[in-house]
Write a protein that binds this ligand. Structure first.
Ligand code: DMJ
Length: 537
């Protein structure tokens, strides 16, 4: 783990010295550039990794720099997907980890706080993208002006279905249902577009619901849609999402799986369109192990690891029949997916093969990618040419998963293995017991705490019940929460919707009821090796 820490700081310090406040470090020219927006993306994405590595003081320093400097009120066309997973996800995790990081917490945390408000602000700027007839979002939005009238309506599948983790977290922490509602509407619309044989394609027109690219597979353009159905089911204890995944999985296993590889097929006919493996697909064994499908996960991982050994990294595309890279897709931009799967599989099996992959990854990244001021993407794994880019996911994901692979008792693994002082309490009067059910990583490796969601929405519900009870006492004949009164008469009454009940406005003092959250039963329900809904609840 010490070597991994020193890799992190080599890249991180170099970003701060040479690239901040730009989004990314350029590791060959030792300067910075904006890539996905203009929000110091690498710093937001790397923030929770600082705490993962145990650096509370730097976490605190950076959290306050970001609060002072990052502005989302900017005339920038941003990817709705990337802004969500990296910026909203990064800020949400930082908010949820702020207690462990020793930050001063405002009353009401984790149901309120400055980083949560920043995450909500970033997400609010994405909402105009969802205002389509189908509810499926555009891929790009201008953070200041909304969707450009000339914007293409074609969005990739992952760009439609990768919001529920962050948006439901926002809704359940703040009490504003808007975020979760738009994410669910997009998921429902996407689900209805699947083909007769149960598959989805790669790109869809969000206005007409026509599939524009009809390749079905588990990699680029689709990957995190499936990931979010599974992780959304776990985080939200939502069986409907899990059922959707199982239906897709049946079709995926039937039509795309050959010898534990996953190919690309035509979504209506099931005929093979591309017999290739993509490096983005390497998250799949990890997802399978989360569902308890260990045998299959292990075999698929072995296939992918053999490709890693052949090239010292995973090429973006690998032709399965030819056993070689695909033209123009020979690069390895320091992606995390195989390491992520190794982390889950090591935890599930204890097999040292997965630590060996970790060591291989560490050695080859050091050997091939290290430059005097960072780590560079590999342009071509055949001759080790480099690109002048270090994507923010290198510090957010690749390093984090590598570290967690070699630290099996880390608090982020949950399971009560971390020893003393493992649980912290939050909320006024200590009503939330956090970290009790492990963490769910978003697709950018930002951990989310199911217990916080549960606790904040429970507070919200309990306060609503209390209000309803008080209301019915003071107006015994009127039904509490009734909408029958004219709006002007309702003014001044306590808020009636969940959305008004939790979100604190800056400076507002929060009063909580004397009700408390019990310790979460999530650990019993969460699946590492078994069923997600084991207790039928
Ligand atoms: C990351 O931004 C996320 O993991 C995303 O789901 C896929 N692409 C990169 C990492 O490869």
């Amino acid at each position: 783990t010490e070597r991994i820490k020193s890799m992190f700081y080599h890249a991180y310090n170099s970003y701060l010295d040479n690239a901040f406040p730009y989004d990314e470090l350029r590791p060959l020219t030792c300067d910075g550039q904006d890539t996905w927006g203009s929000f110091s993306l690498t710093l937001i994405d790397a923030l929770d990794t600082l705490l993962v590595l145990g650096n509370q003081t730097e976490f605190q320093r950076v959290a306050s720099i970001l609060q002072d400097t990052v502005d989302f009120d900017i005339d920038v066309n941003a990817s709705v997907f990337e802004t969500n997973i990296r910026v909203v996800g990064g800020l949400l995790s930082a908010h949820l980890l702020a207690g462990r990081a020793g930050m001063e917490l405002e009353p009401g945390w984790p149901c309120s706080g400055p980083l949560l408000r920043m995450a909500a602000e970033a997400a609010r700027r994405l909402i105009p993208a969802f205002q389509t007839p189908t509810g499926m979002p555009y891929g790009t939005v201008n953070l200041l002006h909304g969707v450009s009238p000339t914007e293409t309506p074609v969005t990739c599948t992952a760009g439609v279905g990768t919001f529920i983790l962050e948006f439901a977290t926002l809704s359940r922490l703040t009490g504003d249902p808007t975020f979760e509602d738009v994410a669910r509407r997009a998921l429902t619309a996407l689900w209805k577009t699947r083909s007769d044989i149960g598959l989805v394609g790669n790109h869809i027109d969000v206005l007409s619901k026509k599939w524009v690219a009809q390749d079905a597979g588990i990699g680029a353009g689709v990957d995190s849609y499936f990931e979010y159905l599974v992780k959304g089911a776990i985080l939200l204890q939502d069986e409907e999402l899990l059922n959707m995944f199982h239906a897709y999985d049946a079709a995926i296993q039937n039509y795309t799986r050959f010898d534990d590889w996953y190919l690309w097929v035509q979504m209506h006919k099931g005929t093979v369109s591309m017999p290739i493996f993509q490096s983005l697909e390497a998250f799949w064994p990890g997802l399978q192990s989360l569902l308890g499908n260990l045998d299959s996960a292990v075999r698929t991982f072995q296939n992918y690891y053999s490709v890693w050994r052949q090239f010292g990294g995973l090429p973006e595309f690998y032709s399965i029949p030819q056993g070689y890279t695909v033209d123009k897709r020979e690069g390895y931009p320091l992606r995390p997916e195989l390491i992520e799967s190794a982390m889950y599989l090591f935890r599930a099996t204890g097999d040292h093969t997965y630590l060996q992959l970790g060591l291989d990854a560490l050695e080859s990244i050091e050997k091939v990618s290290r430059t005097p001021c960072g780590y560079a993407s590999v342009k071509d794994l055949r001759d080790h040419q480099l690109d002048n880019r270090m994507e923010s996911f290198f510090l957010a994901e690749t390093i984090k998963y590598l570290y967690l692979l070699f630290d099996p008792t880390h608090f982020l693994h949950g399971g009560g293995m971390e020893g003393d002082g493992s649980w912290e309490e939050g909320g006024e009067g200590g009503q939330c017991v956090l970290g009790a059910g492990g963490f769910i990583f978003n697709t950018e490796a930002h951990p989310l705490d199911p217990a916080a969601l549960y606790c904040c929405s429970r507070h919200s519900k309990e306060r609503q019940e209390l209000r309803d009870a008080l209301l019915s006492l003071s107006h015994p004949k009127k039904k509490a929460g009734s909408q029958s009164k004219p709006a002007d008469e309702r003014a001044g009454e306590p808020p009636q919707s969940q959305s008004e009940s939790i979100a604190l406005k800056p400076g507002e003092k929060k009063t909580l009821p004397t009700l408390s959250c019990p310790v979460q039963p999530f650990s019993a329900r969460l699946s590492v090796l078994g069923q997600v809904f084991s207790d039928n609840s």
